[in-house]
Design a binder for this molecule. Structure first.
Ligand code: HAM
Length: 423
């Protein structure tokens, strides 16, 4: 049997898994300050949820989804992102009642059949938030701020990131703009790749995302939506910027930022970083999707959010020299002088754990010297040395591994004494 994980997936070994836990804890603390609550949706959905939500002409839906028929004949897709599922769930459970809003966050694996490279996997991990029911530009500014503050809090220097923002317009101004971009593509048809030519009919704005240098040059002269926004979209965009300015969030306007998902309306944004990343430099991104509920048959309900990528964020943290706090290790090691006290040692270790102390013992009949070495490796601050004579008197020796001081403590008082010492 091949013991390697499937292509494009990685095992999160303890060091990386503890970085994930550190990141999710940091996110939870920050998101709670902004009123976000957790939501966990299934890792797979009916395929239609993503087809309708993300859009059939996107790369994600047309090329990257893990789709299969289950044994009941249903078309199922492993989620390539979280937004479509959260909106589907909000509709199913009526989470956004008239006039109210729901602030939700999630964290977990997503699946896209992409060509694996640094910062790009087929199973990758995202942390995201979705704010459903609020149309005010203050929410756009708030959501963008949460993303920026997350990266700052996790230790990525502001100078090594850039925040790009744009407005995608809405159903009033985008159709005419789409037609203008399609006309631009047709006008320059000969210089554009086959796929961009196809995009003129299916989804012209996707041509802005094409990595082909010749296409990028032609698209650089395409009309910009910024110049075609209707009054309402222009006012919304201006109000978002005023609020970001108030908070000193340093954004760059990027009129060609269209993002890879079709559900966006109005504000879109992306945080990019170069250090530690190759071409996969987007560490997080999001935007508004005011028409997505209707796409699923719901009432008009505005929404917006973001998702950040764990792997790329971790690469950035490493490049910035950020230390992930180590896993909580054993605080106390219970060592036995001889095998005849094994049962007592087992009982003492368990009692310490029940009292809330992180304690470890030897399970491999190590010598006392090796037990001390293991205590050092685990970072134990105290070792409880259990010898037959001391235990016969109802006592054990507590050694402070830092100062090397030793004292005799009654076994009955060990938990309380160590709890005090550890404080
Ligand atoms: P997205 O830009 O497709 O947006 O993904 C968000 C982040 O996930 C990216 O910035 C990147 O860090 C990470 N990511 C995406 N694909 C991969 C991959 N193959 N390997 C590693 N990391 C990856 C969304 O998913 C939207 N749902 C964001 C959103 C939420 N918009 C509104 N609400």
């Amino acid at each position: 049997m091949d013991v390697r994980a499937p292509k494009g997936t990685v095992d999160m070994l303890p060091e990386v898994a503890s970085a994930w836990e550190h990141m999710t804890r940091t996110a939870q603390t920050l998101f709670a300050r902004y009123g976000y609550e957790p939501i966990y949706t299934p890792m797979f959905e009916h395929t239609e949820v993503f087809e309708r939500g993300i859009g059939e002409a996107t790369d994600i839906v047309s090329k990257e989804m893990y789709t299969f028929e289950d044994k009941g004949g249903r078309m199922i897709t492993l989620r390539p992102e979280g937004t479509a599922s959260v909106v589907r769930s909000a509709l199913e459970h009526n989470l956004v009642q008239q006039g109210s809003s729901a602030k939700l966050y999630y964290a977990g694996p997503m699946f896209r059949y992409e060509r694996p490279q640094k910062g790009r996997q087929r199973q990758f991990w995202q942390i995201g938030i979705e704010c459903l029911g609020a149309a005010d530009p203050s929410v756009d500014a708030e959501v963008i701020t949460v993303l920026w503050r997350f990266f700052e809090t996790i230790g990525i220097p502001a100078a090594s990131m850039r925040l790009l923002i744009n407005s995608m317009g809405d159903e009033h101004c985008r159709p005419a703009y789409r037609d203008k971009v399609a006309a631009h593509i047709r006008e320059h048809s000969a210089g554009l790749c086959e796929e961009c030519n196809r995009r003129a009919d299916t989804n012209p704005l996707r041509a802005f995302d094409c990595k082909n240098p010749a296409c990028a040059t032609i698209m650089a002269t395409a009309p910009l939506l910024r110049d075609e926004l209707c009054d309402e979209c222009a006012a919304h965009y201006a109000a978002v910027k005023v609020r970001l300015d108030m908070l000193g969030i340093p954004y760059i306007e990027e009129p060609k930022l269209v993002r890879g998902l079709d559900y966006y309306t109005r504000t879109v944004f992306e945080v990019q970083a170069d250090a530690g990343l190759g071409s996969q430099n987007a560490i997080g991104g999001g935007g508004r999707y005011d028409r997505l509920f209707e796409e699923y048959g719901g009432k008009p309900t505005p929404g917006l959010g973001f998702a950040l990528g764990f792997e790329r964020t971790l690469l950035c943290m490493e490049a910035a020299g950020v230390q992930v706090p180590a896993l909580p290790r054993s605080q106390v090691y219970v060592a036995r002088v001889s095998d005849d006290v094994a049962e007592e040692v087992f009982g003492i270790t368990q009692a310490l754990r029940d009292a809330g102390v992180a304690a470890e013992m030897d399970h491999q009949s190590r010598s006392l010297k090796s037990q001390f070495k293991q205590a050092d490796r685990l970072g134990a601050q105290f070792v409880v040395i259990c010898g037959p004579e001391e235990l016969a008197c109802g006592e054990a020796t507590v050694r402070n591994m830092g100062t090397k001081e030793e004292s005799r403590v009654a076994v009955a008082d060990l938990s309380a004494a160590l709890r005090d010492l550890l404080v």
